[in-house]
Write a protein that binds this ligand. Structure first.
Ligand code: HEC
Length: 143
């Protein structure tokens, strides 16, 4: 009987340790992230607007050069953050920050995904179309 009680206590301490460890990891860089925002790597559910022609062109560039990390419709993936997020709304990350990200990459500062490498083989005009596409989704989601 005594052994069982000791065993239960040990298991409980283990469980508490486990949960505090895993929470600590995710919150390290959570600068500005609301409690109801997805932490990382979880695709968001977003409203998809009727795209303009420019945005549809941007979508094709986005899917070939950015979606592997930023997810379908910019909703995030296991390797990159969502762009449909208040960090990236126009007032916080202007269009030029998209150009810069594609050209020289990004040092990780908001999330824990690591650095974004420069994107090879994309032009300013193509990135400008991607921005149109992302802004239209942001706008449809109140950003
Ligand atoms: C290999 C993965 C990867 C690819 C491909 C990628 N990104 Fe990123 N991107 C990231 C990560 C990771 C971050 C977040 C860095 C951080 O922690 O702030 C990021 C951040 C950004 C930011 C925020 C920049 C800033 O100033 O904070 C923009 C804008 C962006 N990406 C646009 C793009 C666009 C546009 C493309 C395609 C042309 C693209 N990304 C392709 C991984 C990627």
């Amino acid at each position: 009987m005594r052994n069982i009680v000791v065993l239960i206590i040990v298991v409980l301490i283990g469980a508490v340790w486990f949960f505090t460890q895993s929470n600590g990891m995710g919150s390290k860089h959570s600068h500005g992230m609301g409690a109801n925002q997805n932490a990382q790597g979880q695709a968001l559910t977003v409203n998809i607007p009727e795209f303009t022609a420019a945005a549809l062109t941007g979508e094709t560039y986005f899917n070939s050069k950015c979606a592997a990390c930023h997810g379908v419709n910019g909703t995030g993936s296991e390797t990159g953050p969502p762009l449909i997020h208040k960090f990236y709304e126009p007032s916080h990350h202007g269009d030029e920050s998209f150009q810069r990200a594609a050209k020289v990459g990004v040092q990780a500062h908001h999330w824990n995904f690591g650095n974004m490498p420069p994107v090879a083989g994309i032009t300013r005009a193509e990135v400008a179309k991607i921005v149109v596409y992302i802004r239209e989704i942001q706008k449809a989601n109140g950003l």
